[in-house]
Ligand binder design. Structure first.
Ligand code: ZN
Length: 198
């Protein structure tokens, strides 16, 4: 038979009765959330990856790919077909480094194609065209730091655009939105950037 802890019993006459445990000391909600997040990260919980995803892959790529599972140190990421999938596959080692740097116990990264992204056709064509001539595809470049986002980037990308492909793609997307919806470009740009962790 289980014995109740002493702080959960009370003498009433000749009998001991069970009482509710004393209330835990109040902990600020932010600290609770931080503890949960740390535990998720230690346990390799997918939720912690979801939270950190926009920071890890960058705001441009984040809406087009997502972590699907994390088992035995292998992270499976689903990405939309086409340039997004290629971008993710090409940047796999970079992302792996970011994941490890952020404290995630990821040994291997696998990329899997998912349903196509819902970008309007002109923007998708611009993305595809930019990727077809992508300097980071054709050669092995040294790594430098992008002046826009301060993330590591292939030197070829900076030579060509003066910024990394993520930042450049952002510009393309912005231009496509402006062409499609004059006057609404900045409003349309907001939803994709407003992630839950921002
Ligand atoms: Zn950049």
């Amino acid at each position: 038979m289980a014995i109740a802890p002493s702080n959960q019993t009370q003498r009433r006459g000749d009998v001991s009765v069970l009482v509710p445990p004393p209330a835990a000391p109040a902990t600020p909600l932010s600290r609770c959330l931080g503890q949960i997040e740390r535990r998720w990260k230690q346990e390799g919980h997918l939720a912690s990856l979801w939270l950190a995803w926009p920071q890890l892959v960058g705001p441009q790529l984040a809406p087009h790919c997502r972590p699907l599972s994390l088992r035995g140190g292998t992270l499976l990421v689903g990405a939309a077909a086409g340039p997004w999938l290629q971008a993710l596959q090409y940047n796999r080692h970079r992302l792996l480094g970011s994941l490890r740097g952020a404290g995630f116990a990821v040994r291997e990264l696998r990329v899997q194609q998912q349903l196509p992204l819902a970008l309007p056709a002109p923007a998708a064509e611009i993305e595809a065209a930019s990727w077809a001539a992508h300097p980071s595809r054709v050669d092995v470049h040294g790594m430098v730091t992008c002046p826009c986002c301060a993330r590591p980037a292939p030197a070829g990308e900076l030579e060509r655009w003066g910024r990394c492909s993520f930042c450049q793609r952002d510009r393309f997307a912005e231009a496509a939105r402006a062409a499609l919806m004059p006057g609404q470009a900045s409003a349309a740009a907001k939803p994709s950037r407003a992630g839950p962790s921002q």
